[in-house]
Design a protein around this ligand. Structure first.
Ligand code: MG
Length: 381
């Protein structure tokens, strides 16, 4: 019986994780954590009966405590509560599916507590990879990627006995604006950006896919997960989302992982690694696919990708600045407060104005995030 803590249980990855738990029937959910959606969280709590539930929002936590009074569950809140949910003693693996930098501290504490991590929170490695990777090694825990591309790379590396990676070909779908001109991009609306051609995901990541900020964050994640340099990671656009990523070895052989675009596969693979379980759903039908095409990302349209490489190579707190500025800007864009191109402008402004820190500590990473918000907020006044 796998014992799992699930942070971010009401989001897209969280609910799909619980689908897998339901379908397999041999995973125990020890703790759940969510931010605001207490209605769904209550249903999940009644179904999976965790011993601990964190409702991040303190006021909602009070109300939630009343609602589940009849259950043997402890309800906690805030960052301390989130850390408690991540470190719940009975769990041996933590699925970190929180959106944003809020996921970093609970992940650090879970690693320190000896838990394996099924990582679905990009910000953790993007902003704190230099701290997380040594911590993972020190504590002898597994860091299992849940993102489809990183899971693909991880799957391609199975059975590889110490052979070096020559190159990672990180695939991208190109999102809804592949082939657009800059002029067309300037007229993009929230509804346009939320229409992803292949993947069904949360709002923030869907916008990030359209700008390719998401791919930029994934490049930085791949650098840490697979210990390669930025020059060894190449982004290729694969519009049908059939190839989920590829690894090239020194002899030129390329291994790829293919499949239908279904996040349940990487989630289930991380939960049961190295076992492969039956997963219901559509299979690739090669006779009807016709063609799998690959192209270069257009640097004009996907400027964010170029910035991400520069930011990744610079290191220090630059990836944090990039990520926090994007997080701030996407939230504003979703509320129609800034334009689509305003997302890139915010990233440029923050990178210009926020002081650089080399080898930032966890505290400095978190304070950098605050500085970015302050700088952008002042700029807008
Ligand atoms: Mg991805």
């Amino acid at each position: 019986m796998k014992k799992t803590a699930l942070l971010g249980s009401t989001g897209s990855i969280g609910t799909q994780t619980l689908d897998i738990v339901r379908e397999n029937g041999d995973i125990r959910i020890c703790s759940l954590a969510a931010n605001r959606n207490t209605e769904l969280l209550e249903k999940q709590t009644r179904e999976f009966l965790p011993e601990l539930v964190c409702v991040f929002d303190e006021n909602r936590a009070k109300d939630f405590r009343d609602r589940v009074r009849d259950l043997p569950v402890r309800v906690v809140s805030g960052m301390d509560g989130l850390i408690e949910a991540a470190c719940v003693p009975s769990a041996d693996i933590v699925v970190t599916a929180l959106v944003g930098m809020i996921g970093i501290r609970p992940t650090v504490e879970a690693i320190r507590a000896g838990k394996d991590i099924a990582l679905a929170n990009k910000e953790t490695l993007v902003t704190a990879g230099h701290l997380i990777i040594p911590l993972v090694k020190e504590n002898g825990v597994k860091l299992l990627p849940v993102d489809s591309e990183h899971s693909a790379i991880f799957q391609c590396l199975q059975g590889n006995r110490g052979n070096r990676i020559a190159k990672i070909h990180l695939t991208a779908s190109g999102g809804p604006f592949r082939g657009f001109t800059k002029e067309q991009l300037s007229r993009v609306t929230v509804a346009d950006a939320l229409k992803h051609p292949n993947w069904s995901m949360g709002q923030k990541i869907t916008i990030d896919s359209s700008t390719m900020v998401n791919k930029g964050l994934e490049v930085m994640e791949a650098r840490w997960l697979f210990d390669v340099s930025y020059d060894q990671i190449e982004v290729v656009v694969q519009p049908q989302s059939i190839i989920h990523s590829m690894v090239e070895f020194e002899d030129g052989a390329v291994m790829a992982q293919l499949g239908t675009p279904d996040m349940k596969l990487p989630i289930q693979y991380a939960l049961y690694y190295p076992e492969r379980r039956f997963l219901p759903g559509k299979r690739l039908d090669f006779s009807s696919i016709g063609q799998i095409t690959v192209e270069k990302p257009d640097p004009e349209v996907f400027e964010a990708l170029k910035i991400a490489y520069a930011v990744g190579k610079k290191g220090g707190n630059a990836p944090t600045v990039f990520n926090a500025a994007n997080e701030w800007a996407v939230a504003r864009f979703l509320k129609n407060k800034i334009s689509y191109m305003g997302i890139l402008e915010a990233i440029h402004t923050a990178l210009d104005k926020v002081p650089f820190i080399d080898h930032p500590s966890l505290t400095e990473i978190l304070s950098t995030e605050q500085t970015v918000y302050e700088v952008l907020h002042c700029q807008q006044q």
